[in-house]
Each structure stands twice: as structure tokens, then as C-alpha cells.
Design a binder for this molecule. Structure first.
Ligand SMILES: [Fe+2]
Length: 267
């Protein structure tokens, strides 16, 4: 097995493990049955009514970023890609309004049970997501907040993930991420390891996810076709499930990234 094949095999193995961790492993504290709070920043205002929190997660000693988007419509808060906040963070969140809705547009649902317990919001998710929460509405039937839901049609059979466009903002989970090792929340091990997995650069399409989906039978061409949908919508800001806010130039960054990874969208 050559070096690239070994790397791909390792990525696939790690991907299986990561998905299991995101979905099913509770890193519970001794005080609660919920995953603990990880380090995170303050709520940052991105555009009117839209906020972002840069959070962190730790897996096998690797620190990596995880982000939550908050939409505020007249004091009714919608959380997308939920991340549990510290007590201080919750005070900040509650100062904005009431947590009414939680949306799981990808596999970031490990903190969904905590939010169900803490705020009893209404959950919206794609089929199979937020599986530890009861009474989850199908997000495909309508969003509880203003914005347009986009689906990845070829991915739906193997992986449930969606995206949301609201004004100038694109909100994703894993499909389009934003990593620069010197900027995102990580540690020395992450700075060394994550670029090796392909997590490096602004607005990058998720090679980790591609490898995972290929293992489940999805072709690279179908993945490219789904990701090209993110070039068909208009936005300036990217709020991903991983990274930090890309301010103002997200669409241009995504187009360059697509070209580097896939070539022309029409080829
Ligand atoms: Fe993720």
C-alpha cells in the first residue's frame, strides 16, 4: 500500500470513528449525563440578526473547531449546528432572546439532548439526525426562520446534510468548512495533523466527508455535483459547522477552492 492509500485508509477509518463520536458518544461529565462544555468564544454578530460562536471539540487529543450559528428574529432564537455553551455563554445567548428552535443540518447533534433539556425548543433535522431527541420535525417541510434550505440530492441516500442561505449568509455543517490552522481553535497536535487530513485553508470542501461517502458507495462525481450547488447560490459570509466566519468573500473563496479540488463545475 503506497503512502496516499495508507493515508486514505486512515482517513476513512477516522471518519467512521468521527461519525460515531459525533452521533453517539457522550463525553459525559460526572455532574450530568450530557457531553461537557468545550472551550468557545463569545457570540459574534455577523449581519443583522445572525450571530456565530466559535467553539472547539477534542477527539483523541486533537483540538479542532466547531461552530454554532444563532439567528435572532424578534427575540426568537434559532440555533443551527448546536454547540453547548458555558454558563457565561448561556447568559449571553439568553440576553439575545429565547431559544425556540434548534436545527441539525448535518451530523452535529451531540449537544441536541442538552438543549432539549435546557430550553425545550422545537427541533428540526434531516431524517436520522438528532436521533437522541424526541419529536423532531422534518426540516425539509419548512424552516422555522427566514432562509432557504438547500439539499444535496445525491448525498441524501448515504448522508443527511443540508445548507441554508439567508440574505448574504451561507450556513453549512460539514460540506464547506473554513480552516486555517493558525486561526482556528486547535492545539499543537491539530496544527500538525489536521492539514495532513486536508483541513487547511479558507472555504474548503470536506475531503474527509468525500472519503467517508466514497466508502459508502458515493462517487466523486456525485459529490462534486452536490458541492457545485454551493456555487449556484449567492452569499458573502460562510458560517460553517467548523471554523470561523468568512467575512465578505466567502463565495469567491469557495469558487477557488472548488476549482482546486474538482476543476470546472461543468466538466
Ligand atoms: Fe463536522
Amino acid at each position: 500500500m503506497d503512502q496516499q492509500s495508507r493515508r486514505t485508509a486512515l482517513v476513512c477509518a477516522q471518519s467512521e470513528r468521527a461519525c460515531d463520536v459525533w452521533g453517539h458518544l457522550d463525553m459525559a461529565t460526572s455532574e450530568t449525563s450530557f457531553p461537557r462544555v468545550y472551550d468557545h468564544g463569545q457570540l459574534q454578530r455577523v449581519v443583522e440578526g445572525v450571530y456565530y460562536v466559535e467553539g472547539e471539540h477534542i477527539m483523541q487529543h486533537v483540538h479542532f473547531p466547531r461552530g454554532m450559528t444563532v439567528i435572532n428574529e424578534d427575540g426568537a432564537l434559532t440555533l443551527i449546528n448546536p454547540v453547548r455553551l458555558s454558563p457565561e455563554g448561556e447568559v449571553e445567548l439568553e440576553a439575545l432572546g429565547e431559544v425556540k428552535y434548534v436545527l441539525c443540518i448535518g451530523c452535529h447533534d451531540m449537544d441536541a439532548p442538552y438543549y432539549a433539556h435546557r430550553y425545550a425548543p422545537t427541533f428540526y433535522a434531516l431524517p436520522g439526525r438528532a436521533s437522541k431527541v424526541e419529536d423532531v420535525r422534518d426540516i425539509r417541510e419548512g424552516l422555522p426562520c427566514r432562509g432557504k434550505l438547500g439539499l444535496f440530492p445525491k448525498m441524501q441516500s448515504t448522508w443527511a446534510e443540508a445548507f441554508i442561505v439567508r440574505d448574504d449568509v451561507l450556513i453549512t455543517c460539514d460540506s464547506l468548512q473554513n480552516w486555517e490552522p493558525e486561526r482556528v481553535k486547535t492545539n499543537w497536535l491539530g496544527k500538525w495533523l489536521l492539514p495532513w487530513y486536508g483541513f487547511a485553508g479558507k472555504c474548503i470542501f470536506d475531503k474527509f466527508l468525500l472519503n467517508h461517502l466514497q466508502k459508502k458507495g458515493m462517487s466523486a462525481g456525485d459529490f462534486k455535483s452536490d458541492m457545485a450547488l454551493l456555487l449556484d447560490v449567492e452569499y458573502k459570509y460562510l458560517l460553517s459547522g467548523h471554523g470561523y466566519c468568512v467575512d465578505g468573500t466567502a463565495k469567491e473563496c469557495a469558487a477557488k477552492s472548488f476549482d482546486r479540488m474538482f476543476g470546472s463545475p461543468t466538466e
